[in-house]
Design a protein around this ligand. Structure first.
Ligand SMILES: *Cc1c(COP(=O)(O)O)cnc(C)c1O
Length: 397
């Protein structure tokens, strides 16, 4: 049995997306900037993809810029908002401690350029409130950037309300919606979103392709200089096949969203209830306000990496912390941000299910995790200290 339970890291491409790409690798391979027919056919396809994606987000095609993915969109959003702020003498930026590194590392860079970055505390349940944002906004705040759904613990922020606070105070609001796009409803107008990032490979599209939405009138700063593509704001020959795949994948995900989420949330809940039976374990992130695909647990007395390797032996692909941080020994910044102590933050497991998942798979995952956790604990001197009372338990049960 192979079970892919790491859909927050990347997803398998859908058939629809693959088929939407093929003609643009084969027959219509022209450069959209070329004037002859196969160039102009590629250009037309590109613009139709832009329109279809705009419909999914509730914006106009002109407000869409194609990028190489979520990271580039995040970088460009933040650098653009910072440049707009700097021109008005506003250099205060508000974000949260549990953003993706594409946000946090760009903020570090801006700090070195003289911006003041304020990271809001995330509550124990993995949520920030609109009130926290309202209280943090100052005269010189130029940007609020808060993710829609967290990639590790799956918590979903009250984006529309946060957007309303920013709109009222006249501050630009960006959201990293990479985990939300194709999975949760997006309407940039109703949700008061000025800028938004998404990435195709998180909703069954191809890797290396994403979108930055920026509301009309927001001047973008180039991250990549060169040709005049994307209205001069993002140089480089457009990745037409990937963009066609992205448009098809986004439309398909949005069309199926309600029925998929209904089914997946029930499977997620079964998984949470099963893993909750394991002693001295706790769910990370709010039970209600979370992605229908995300389950994230901490287990006392466990090393996340060992857990992953043994689950892999049982055919289960899962994650501990985020894919970007595995390979480093630091515990996840997200789990630390919600107040998990180091020793349990090291023992985390993220399972993110996809459309192929069913009850049989869920039950197999529960059995396997139980077995592996018991096996690892029996070998662990750290666990022995907990059992003999030499060391206090972190969790109540
Ligand atoms: C995956 C991810 C990104 C990065 O997107 P890429 O397309 O892989 O660069 C950014 N933010 C979040 C929340 C993500 O999950």
């Amino acid at each position: 049995m192979h079970i892919y339970a790491d859909n927050a890291a990347t997803t398998k491409m859908s058939r629809t997306a693959i088929e939407a790409m093929l003609p643009y690798m084969d027959k219509i391979y022209g450069n959209p900037s070329s004037l002859y027919t196969i160039g102009q056919e590629a250009k037309e396809a590109l613009e139709s993809a832009r329109e279809r994606i705009a419909v999914c987000l509730g914006c106009t095609p002109r407000e869409i810029t194609f990028t190489s993915g979520g990271s580039e969109a995040d970088n460009q959003a933040l650098l653009s908002a910072a440049a707009i702020g700097a021109r008005k003498g506003k250099k205060h930026i508000i974000s949260t401690a549990f953003e993706h590194h594409a946000i946090l590392h760009t903020l570090k860079k801006l700090e070195k350029q003289g911006f003041e970055v304020e990271l809001l505390d995330v509550h124990k349940n993995g949520l920030v409130t609109p009130e926290q944002v309202a209280n943090a906004i100052r005269e010189d705040t130029c940007l609020v950037t808060i993710m829609y759904a967290n990639n590790e613990i799956g918590t979903v922020q009250p984006i529309a309300e946060i957007g309303a606070v920013c709109r009222e105070k006249g501050v630009l609001f960006h959201t990293d919606a990479v985990q939300a796009a194709g999975h949760l409803p997006i309407d940039v107008v109703a949700q008061n979103i000025d800028m938004l990032s998404l990435s195709a490979h998180k909703f069954h599209g191809p890797k290396g392709c994403g979108v930055l939405y920026a509301r009309r009138g927001i001047a973008l700063t180039n991250v990549i200089e060169g040709g005049a593509q994307e209205r001069g704001k993002r140089a480089g020959t457009e990745n037409v096949p990937a963009i066609m795949g992205m448009a098809a994948a986004l439309e398909e995900s949005c069309d199926n969203m309600d029925s998929d989420n209904f089914r997946l949330a029930a499977l997620r809940d079964r998984l949470i209830e099963g893993l909750d039976q394991i002693p001295y374990s706790e769910l990370n992130g709010d039970r209600e306000h979370r992605l229908p695909t995300n389950v994230n647990f901490c287990f006392e007395g466990i090393e996340g990496e060992s857990l992953l390797l043994l689950l892999d032996d049982k055919g289960i692909s899962a994650s501990s912390g985020s894919a970007c941080t595995s390979g480093s020994l630091d515990p996840s910044h997200v789990l630390l941000a919600i107040g998990r102590p180091h020793e349990v933050a090291h023992g985390s497991l993220r399972l993110t299910i996809g459309p192929d998942c069913d009850q049989e798979q869920i039950d197999y995952i529960i059995r396997s995790v139980e077995e592996v956790v018991t096996y690892l604990r029996n070998m662990s001197p750290f666990w022995r200290d907990l059992v003999t009372g030499k060391r206090p338990h972190v969790f109540a049960k």
